[in-house]
Structure formats: C-alpha cells, structure tokens
Design a protein around this ligand. Structure first.
Ligand SMILES: [Zn+2]
Length: 256
C-alpha cells in the first residue's frame, strides 16, 4: 500500500485536477476538477487522496483492486479504455491515475477520515507507529490464535497474509498458537515492521532477502515443497471464523 500511495502521490500531488471521473453510482455526479491534490497517503490498507479544498477520496483495494498511472495523452486515454472494471479516474495535465475494481470508493470531508480509518491499530509504516500499543492490542485476546490476531487490522495495520505467514515462520511460531502463549510479541512486531520497511519501495514481498523469482518467501505459497531450513514439506491450511477463513502456510517442524 505504501508503494501505491507513493506512486499516486508522485503523479497527483501538487497538481490541480483537470479530470475527475467517478464510475460508482453514488458519486457519479461528483467532480473534483479544479481542486489541488495535496497528498496521497496510505493508512493501513486504506488509501487517502486529499485535496486543498478539504476533501478526501477514500479507496480500499479489497481483494482485486489496483491502480494504474498513465500519461494524460491520447495513448493514456486509449489504455484507459472503456473497461467495466474502472471505478475512478483522477488526472491532471500530465498523468491519469486510474483505479480498477476498487472495493471501496468514496469522497468525504478530510476532517471525517478518522471515522473510516480510525479503528485501525498502529500503522507499521505510519508516522504514529507505536510498538508498545501494537503489542498490547495483540495481547488483548490471549486465547485467539496468533495467526488471526496478526491479520486483524484493529491490532496493527498493514500486515497481509504473506507477511503474517513469513513473520511466524521466522520467529518459529505455529499460526495456531494462542496469542497469549507467544512470549516475545515485541520481537514479532518489530520483525513485521522491518519486513514491511525493507519492501516498501519495491513490488512484491521479499522476506528471504533473495529477490530471484521463486525464492522470495520461506513458506507462503510453498505448500508441499521442502522447508528451506529443515526440508519438511510446508503445510497449507485455513484459519479464521467461518466465511472469513484465510490461507496459512507453515513448517510443522520449525514452527511450534
Ligand atoms: Zn522447517
């Protein structure tokens, strides 16, 4: 998310919008044309594009969403196409920022941002990062599995499925271990921050330090293949409340 926010910020910030095209029914008549974009920032998995007039465009990628930055000329407009996946186009004289399949698109007064993102725990890459607060939130429900607790954005914001799997492998923790039985939550949280920080300026999620294709991760996406440490086959399973199960990958030998 940090990377997406950076790309949007680079394309839009400091420029006046000359194009504003919301393809979601509720905002179809809203236009931000003429407004200066002051910044684009990520709060956890929420993306906030703020204007000088005190408005925020709040989007969330959810499962399938993505942004493309295109040149604001005939080529860019052609690439934009008439895609039914397009939800939002914001552009200036140089760039078009196009959001596709966004899980959430809304415009709200910047003063109300906290109401949509305020439930989030400390953001691992945010200016207000607070490790002690994140640890306290993870420990709040000691019987809950650590795998679930890590993905709950109310505990700490910014950790997705891949990072959760990799953090737990690197710390030797079984995803089903209760959060209350993880004795060094500080080290786990600190590791998460380091991994996110190391990856914030590149695409992908490298946790092994090896960026070669197929070597980026320890356990994520490697079900049935040998553990890079001990050789045991990596396991795959689902975890979470009914209807919200998430995939887990772990080494039954290295993680207890
Ligand atoms: Zn192993």
């Amino acid at each position: 998310m940090w990377n997406t926010a950076q790309r949007l910020h680079a394309a839009l910030a400091g420029q006046v919008l000359t194009r504003s095209d919301f393809r979601v029914p509720r905002y179809a008549t809203v236009s931000l044309t003429g407004q200066l974009v002051t910044e684009a920032v990520a709060r956890g998995k929420h993306l906030l594009i703020r204007t000088g007039n005190g408005f925020t465009v709040h989007t969330h990628l959810k499962m399938e969403g993505y942004w493309r930055i295109l040149p604001a000329d005939g080529t860019g407009l052609r690439l934009l196409g008439r895609s039914h996946q397009l939800r939002l186009v914001l552009g200036n004289t140089r760039w078009l920022a196009a959001g596709y399949l966004l899980g959430m698109t809304e415009v709200l007064p910047t003063a109300r941002e906290e109401q949509v993102t305020g439930y989030l725990g400390p953001d691992l890459l945010g200016p207000d990062w607070n490790a002690a607060a994140a640890v306290a939130r993870l420990a709040r429900d000691p019987d809950r599995s650590i795998g679930e607790a890590l993905l709950d954005q109310r505990n700490l914001a910014g950790i997705g499925n891949i990072y959760a799997a990799e953090m737990l492998f690197l710390r030797g923790i079984d995803p089903w271990r209760p959060a209350g039985a993880v004795d060094d939550l500080d080290a786990l949280v600190e590791l998460g921050r380091r991994l996110l920080d190391a990856n914030k300026e590149r695409p992908g999620h490298v946790t092994t330090g090896d960026t070669r294709p197929g070597r980026e991760n320890w356990v994520y996406g490697r079900a049935g293949r040998p553990c890079r440490r001990c050789g045991a086959p990596i396991r795959r399973g689902e975890q979470g409340p009914p209807g919200q199960e998430r995939l887990r990958f772990w080494c039954p030998n290295c993680q207890r």
